[in-house]
Ligand binder design. Sequence first.
Ligand code: GRF
Length: 193
Amino acid sequence: MISVKVPVAIFISGRGSNMEKLVDAAKASEYPARICGVLSDRADAGGLKFAAVNGVPVCAIERKDFADRIAHETAIQKQLAIWGAEFVALAGFMRVLSPGFVTHWQGRMINIHPSLLPQYKGLDTHARALAARDKEHGCSVHWVTPELDGGAVIAQARIDVLADETEESLAARVLKEEHKLYAQTLGVVLKAL
Ligand code: GRF
């Protein structure tokens, strides 16, 4: 059977541990993605090194090098076209994309978020879950729409919040779940396209 891999670009801003898991997953012949490039809005993003060492094309396109957000996003679109990207996976990309950009990629762009959406959109999700004394916390993979962290949820992973939990311990345990959930969900989504 001939399996066709979808060219997927991953956007990061920093560490890139979720990106690493996607790159590793895509090494399997049966996985439906080929990571065609890793794009960062920060030249110093730690994840860029891992991607490059693993033979994935990388590109840093910083906002400060452009007059406005639209010019920045136009440069990003150009790079995606050069890579032939057909799908985008946001993985710790810390920039809110414009409605025009999001609409262009709608149905072909997903994100991983460290909370059980629709709870705790935005930042500081672990601290907010602890402050609310939630018994459960987790992560979500969702479609990207113009509303920040507001697109339909595709999959979630849940963990119990422990009695002696700190923000750091909770973040670390959720991140472990993110690493499994994102690669698995991207595979399912691409197979269903
Ligand atoms: C993850 O917790 C992800 O859910 C959030 O930002 C973090 C990025 O971590 N959007 P990493 O760069 O993938 O290690």
